[in-house]
Design a protein around this ligand. Structure first.
Ligand SMILES: C[S@@+](CC[C@H](N)C(=O)[O-])C[C@H]1O[C@@H](n2cnc3c(N)ncnc32)[C@H](O)[C@@H]1O
Length: 245
């Protein structure tokens, strides 16, 4: 696997980009969010998730990725890529062709990503914030975001959507794996309790599940939606094609 930071051009506006030792990359911009993880959670992320969900997340994410219909040769951009586990699942569908670029702000995640994906030369990690405008040199067939998008203020989500749009080929798809829209108050206890435990401190997650995402995406240049639901309709893969602005 090749590490690169050189595929970002000079227009990059991220002050942290390319500086793996930057202390500012560890600064939490959104203290009320749970997606900016603590060093302990970053270090043991996959293990904690496997234990905390009793293996559910691992099985779920594999199924969600299978539902993306990845084609051999696809170029995939993974925003908030984490440890690289998802990239390792996705790369199997590429048939040795195509590529995956994982972006994350965390050095700890970057190191795990590079180690997990080291046997795949077509998978690379780039340290990059996704909540600020950035410019990569290429465009992708698919942009993938798994359990990242819900954790930002709504205005910041619009920047992330623009980043996704800018980096998709015409007709390419944004694939959001995240909470579906549901009413937390009327949700069954087996959804309400874990949601409140995991997201209790994240007001953005509550705001996320209350929004009509297809309407919002339509206003940001996306359309031709496809949805696959999981966990009794409380989790969703939402696919949205780039239509143009
Ligand atoms: C909840 S984890 C999800 C990781 C991975 N997508 C998965 O499904 O396993 C959130 C990830 O987003 C990253 N992240 C949070 N804020 C970010 C930002 N502003 N820019 C880039 N990555 C970010 C975190 O470092 C972490 O790896």
């Amino acid at each position: 696997m090749a590490r690169t930071s050189s595929n970002i051009n000079d227009n990059n506006t991220n002050p942290n980009h390319g500086n793996r030792n930057s202390a500012s990359s560890q600064t939490r911009l959104y203290p009320e969010s749970m997606v900016e993880l603590t060093p302990f959670i970053l270090k043991y992320y996959d293990r904690l998730l496997d234990i905390g969900t009793m293996g559910f997340y691992r099985a779920f994410i594999r199924t969600a990725i299978r539902s993306m219909n990845i084609h051999p040769g696809d170029a995939i951009l993974d925003l908030g890529c984490g440890t690289g586990r998802n990239a390792c699942y996705m790369v199997k569908y590429l048939g040795g062709k195509g590529k995956i670029t994982g972006l994350d702000l965390s050095d700890i995640m970057g190191n795990q990503f590079e180690s997990k994906c080291s046997r795949y030369p077509n998978v690379q990690f780039v340290k990059q914030r996704i909540d600020q405008p950035f410019t990569l040199k290429e465009q992708y067939d698919k942009v993938f975001m798994s359990f990242v998008f819900h954790g930002f203020p709504h205005d910041v989500r619009k920047i992330i959507l623009q980043n996704a749009l800018d980096h998709l080929k015409e007709g390419g798809t944004l694939n959001i794996v995240d909470y579906a829209e549901f009413d937390i108050h009327s949700a069954p206890f087996y959804t309400r309790i874990p949601f409140n435990i995991v997201e209790g401190k994240c007001k953005y997650a509550y705001d996320f599940i209350a929004k009509d995402w297809k309407s919002i995406l339509e206003g940001h240049g996306f359309g031709r939606f496809q949805e696959t639901f999981f966990a009794k309709n409380h989790l969703r893969l939402l696919k949205a094609a780039k239509i143009g602005e």
